[in-house]
Design a protein around this ligand. Structure first.
Ligand SMILES: Nc1ncnc2c1ncn2[C@@H]1O[C@H](COP(=O)(O)OP(=O)(O)O)[C@@H](O)[C@H]1O
Ligand SMILES: [Mg+2]
Length: 333
């Protein structure tokens, strides 16, 4: 049995993916779900959100002592072995982290080269292409996890392709702006292309090769609209103008369907949530190295900040519930 994997992906940076994965992982764990967050972005922002600098330095130690996702694929990359079970950093009750690594970017070329070779039935090509899937599944099995949530960098490169074919589900965080819409127009077709290409490749798996391959369903759960990316000096109208175009663009680009022009983000079933701009609560949370919804008066969350933290709890609980239901994740309460 494999553990369900949910990727959070958008090829535009700065929309709030990492913030989303961080808060959702905490919320899922708080709701009774055994969760692992995996940082597959070589920029390692998710790892930096979870761990303090001293621990990051230990985890990202040079060479063999490193405890990152890269350590788990290093032997495969070198050609001296296969993937290893990764270290899962214990963050809290029911919550673990597979730490990211800047070095992961050096794996990108091999992922690129091996992708076409799968079509020749090349065993090593399948091992490389399925590396992330097998690494997160080894961790999930060891931890008896209910779900693995994955943070990715903002591009359509080979690392993200391998991470996405390792995913059962994808959630797309979006900003209500032109660039997010243009991003969707590239991202949607890429997802569909990769899904199809992987299905073709699976058929070429060499007989007798004992490799646990992903199904590559990459089923889109929906999008989360993040308001924080709109500049405060811009009129609300600008937000509404772009937001109105999201349902149609998402349906066409990601689902390859057409929705009625009357569908708005408020009625679109693909819209998981509209997340508010938490403004100064966010830096407070970063400072305290906690999710916004766990901020206490001792962390500086007083008065309106305390109210905002309580609101954030409700908001993320709602998003987590919807995603857990869509992905069939057990134990959510
Ligand atoms: N809902 C939110 N409210 C306020 N600020 C946010 C929110 N989500 C993200 N941010 C801020 O926006 C910036 C980009 O977010 P991040 O999660 O790093 O984006 P990405 O991973 O897509 O590049 C960060 O400074 C983060 O603190
Ligand atoms: Mg990020």
């Amino acid at each position: 049995m494999s553990v369900p994997v949910i990727a959070f992906f958008n090829n535009k940076g700065g929309v709030g993916k990492t913030t989303m994965v961080y808060h959702l992982a905490w919320m899922l764990a708080d709701s009774g779900v055994r969760a692992i967050a995996a940082d597959l972005d070589p920029q390692c922002n998710l790892t930096a959100a979870f761990l303090d600098e001293d621990r990051i330095e230990e985890v990202m130690a040079k060479g063999e002592r490193a405890l990152t996702v890269f350590s788990a694929v290093r032997d495969l990359k070198r050609g001296t072995g296969d993937v290893k079970e990764p270290h899962v950093e214990n963050i809290a009750n029911r919550l673990g982290l597979i730490a990211g690594d800047m070095g992961l970017s050096t794996f990108e070329d091999q992922l690129s080269e091996n992708w076409p070779k799968c079509l020749d039935g090349d065993e090593r090509a399948f091992r490389v292409t399925s590396a992330f899937y097998r690494v997160v599944q080894l961790a999930g099995a060891k931890q008896e996890s209910d779900v693995i949530v994955v943070d990715l960098g903002p591009n359509l490169g080979a690392i993200n392709r391998a991470a996405l074919i390792a995913s059962d589900f994808v959630v797309i965080p979006l900003g209500p702006d032109l660039f997010s819409l243009q991003g969707l127009e590239n991202l949607g077709p890429a997802l569909r292309r990769w899904r199809k290409a992987w299905k073709e490749r699976i058929k070429k798996k060499p007989a007798g090769a004992d490799i646990d391959l992903p199904k590559g369903s990459i089923q889109p759960i929906g999008y989360v609209l993040l308001r924080h990316s709109i500049r405060l000096d811009r009129p609300v109208k600008a937000f509404e103008r772009w937001a109105a175009r999201v349902p149609g663009t998402y349906a066409e680009a990601v689902l390859d369907t057409i929705v009625d022009a009357s569908v708005s983000i408020d009625t679109d079933p693909a819209c998981i949530a509209k997340l508010r701009d938490y403004r100064s609560l966010m830096p407070l949370a970063q400072e305290a190295r906690k999710p916004m919804f766990f901020l206490k008066p001792a962390d500086g969350a007083l008065g309106s900040h305390a109210n905002a933290a309580a609101q954030a709890y409700k908001d993320f609980k709602d998003v987590a519930r919807k995603i857990a239901a869509a992905a069939g994740i057990p134990n959510f309460e």
